[in-house]
Design a protein around this ligand. Structure first.
Ligand SMILES: [Ca+2]
Length: 198
């Protein structure tokens, strides 16, 4: 059986070639005009640059006041601050607000004083976009802090919104992220939740 030793070798070579081609394809895909994603040490937000799991963006929760179709949430491959996408939020029909948030059990958080920040870009925003954090205890909302007073409106280039907050006693869960409250287009990228500076 003169052919028997060469068959496994052919298989091995074919597998190696496939692996090499796959690696090349991956490198090509990864280099298409992507801006660098700066790693943030200690960032508690996952999928913080909106590069993964389109169009669900898990573990983000995309909330709308009542009608889930009143706002659209889409990955935008044309407008982003880092990586190759941002999250674009657009009001489709009149509703008081939409938000992009993540939830955290207080028990797993490394500090009770935290800073949440996001880069946002706006086009014709009629009402403010701002950071907010809601506190929950025993399954119900027990408090809320936000930066509504300093919220951004109108048309603006990438701007950082930031808020530092202290988690009240008895809170067992928090919700934190960005809220928009009217017509226009909002882009969100590079969100961070980190222990506040001392
Ligand atoms: Ca991004």
């Amino acid at each position: 059986m003169p052919d028997s030793p060469s068959l496994p070798l052919r298989v091995v070579l074919a597998a190696a070639l496939l692996a090499l081609l796959a690696a090349c394809a991956e490198r090509r895909g990864g280099s298409t005009a992507q801006a660098p994603v700066a790693p943030v040490a200690g960032n508690l937000m996952a999928n913080a640059s909106f590069e993964e799991d389109h169009p669900r963006f898990s573990p983000w929760t995309l909330n709308v006041h009542a009608d889930p179709d009143a706002f659209s949430f889409e990955p935008d491959p044309q407008v982003f601050r880092s990586g190759g996408h941002s999250l674009r939020v657009r009001m489709v029909s009149e509703e008081p607000f939409a938000s992009a948030v993540q939830y955290f059990d207080v028990g797993i958080l490394p500090a009770r004083r935290l800073t949440v920040r996001a880069w946002v870009r706006g086009e014709a925003l009629e009402r403010p976009v701002y950071m907010h954090t809601a506190f929950f205890a025993f399954g119900g909302q027990s408090g809320l802090v936000d930066t509504r007073e300093q919220g951004l409106t109108g048309t603006f280039d990438w701007t950082r919104l930031e808020m530092t907050f202290e988690i009240p006693a008895h809170t067992d869960r928090i919700e934190t992220g960005v809220t928009t409250t009217g017509a226009g287009t909002l882009w969100i990228d590079d969100v961070e939740l980190v222990p506040a500076a001392p």
